[in-house]
Design a protein around this ligand. Sequence first.
Ligand SMILES: NC(=O)C1=CN([C@@H]2O[C@H](COP(=O)(O)OP(=O)(O)OC[C@H]3O[C@@H](n4cnc5c(N)ncnc54)[C@H](O)[C@@H]3O)[C@@H](O)[C@H]2O)C(O)CC1
Ligand SMILES: [K+]
Length: 477
Amino acid sequence: MITSDRMAAVDENAEAVGVPRKQLMESSGNAVARAVREVADPDAEVAVVAGRGNNGGDAFVAVRFLDGYDATVHLLGRPESISTDIARENWDALQEAEYDTETVTDSRSLDLGDPDVVVDAMLGTGVTGALREPEATAAEAVNALDASVVAVDVPSGVNADTGEAAGVTVDADRVVTFHDEKPGLASLDCEVTVADIGIPPAAERFVGPGDLRSVRRGVRGGDSRVYVVGGGPYTGAPALAAQAALRAGADLSFVAAPGRVARQIQGYAEDLIVQDYEGDHLTPDQVDDLVQTAHDYDDVVVLGPGLGTHDETLAAARQFLETFEGTAVVDADALSVVPGIDTDATLVCTPNRRELAKMGGPDVDGPLRDARDDIESFAADVGHVVVAKAAEDVVTDGERTRIVRAGTPAMTVGGTGDTLAGTIAGLLGTQDPYDAACAGPYANGRAAELLDDERGDGLLASDLLDALPRALWGEDA
Ligand SMILES: NC(=O)C1=CN([C@@H]2O[C@H](COP(=O)(O)OP(=O)(O)OC[C@H]3O[C@@H](n4cnc5c(N)ncnc54)[C@H](O)[C@@H]3O)[C@@H](O)[C@H]2O)C(O)CC1
Ligand SMILES: [K+]
């Protein structure tokens, strides 16, 4: 099963691995034509009722694969209002090659004749709300005919995710849907076939630009806060994580750090709010206050950067995770306390190979992707999202697993793990944990790629901060 959002992401990722959408549309159209051939012999009269989006585009392609049939395309709306380039190119091809087409700008002028087959290509996954005109009248006209109705992707008017409809819908006998089943089709009383349209498995296996779609659309509430609990022996790490969170969309980024280093951390960046506590490292005495603050403000926590490995600090990290009930990214030294803890928190853990092994996960020598099943089982065991970091990252929630291959060799420089933890935390303001865990390393890696020409092997983690917004929201994301 695949939702419309996921389908759109996979479609964009397919383009990134070399299979452009127009090619997918060619396959979709071909599959629709095949379904028509199964319900009617050549010579049959076929009425194609097409909308102005890619659903219509699929049907324009189908017509080219229906040699011998008496097919007429009824375009609902003006050709100028066809909303995508690929649908328009396929419409233009029908004109150039002199197929039978007509445009319907007023529903009263719709005349479908008495066809044997109707191809319903008015609306697919792009539908919002009840069918408007001329689509609503056209749906009623189709339903009144005594014809076999083949719907493209989904019967027009039906929400492919929910099966719900806000008004009239096309009564289809058959649906040809693409790539995978859609949740909303299961409850319909019609035959559903799933057509392979040539989307490479890599479009799903690797995180790609399509996985940033929901980040770009993420509705920001204006009050997303990240709370970095870090610092002590190190000061740069919490500052990098907290700044990356801002670059990834957080509204406010706080650092809770020992008094001895708090001013220094503040000195790195005026954008951060630094709260100090007594001492030179985190101890269990501080934990209740820190958890209270995180709960009061519904903060996304980053636990770990620069904390060090003092016994008291690790005890404090454990206590933090056992009392905290929100969402946290756990990185660096704090990772070692995760296995075996009893926590109500939702965690995204970001170990490198060494930390993964130390956590009791697989000890991997070669590419992490070769161990993806083991890493997935490990995530299922600990019950948290795991981002295992290497040249290629493995991201898993214990059920789903994706690979991130964005990035450059220069990213082995210190601090990129801190920017990653902060990036994920920033994204958690609008994204689910698994989605943020996939998008974070992809964006961090893309940021490095965007800087590769200027920085090469001289890349710094702090350089990534600058490029992160471009990697997340820019045109070359
Ligand atoms: N990988 C894929 O997902 C592929 C999908 N293909 C096909 O593309 C459609 C989805 O295309 P899209 O352009 O996004 O949307 P639609 O064609 O469904 O509709 C957009 C169109 O409709 C207008 N509109 C929206 N709501 C209404 C309404 N209630 N009444 C009237 N008009 C409405 C909107 O303004 C737009 O103009 C998918 O279903 C597949 O068929 C592929 O070609 C292959 C890959
Ligand atoms: K349709």
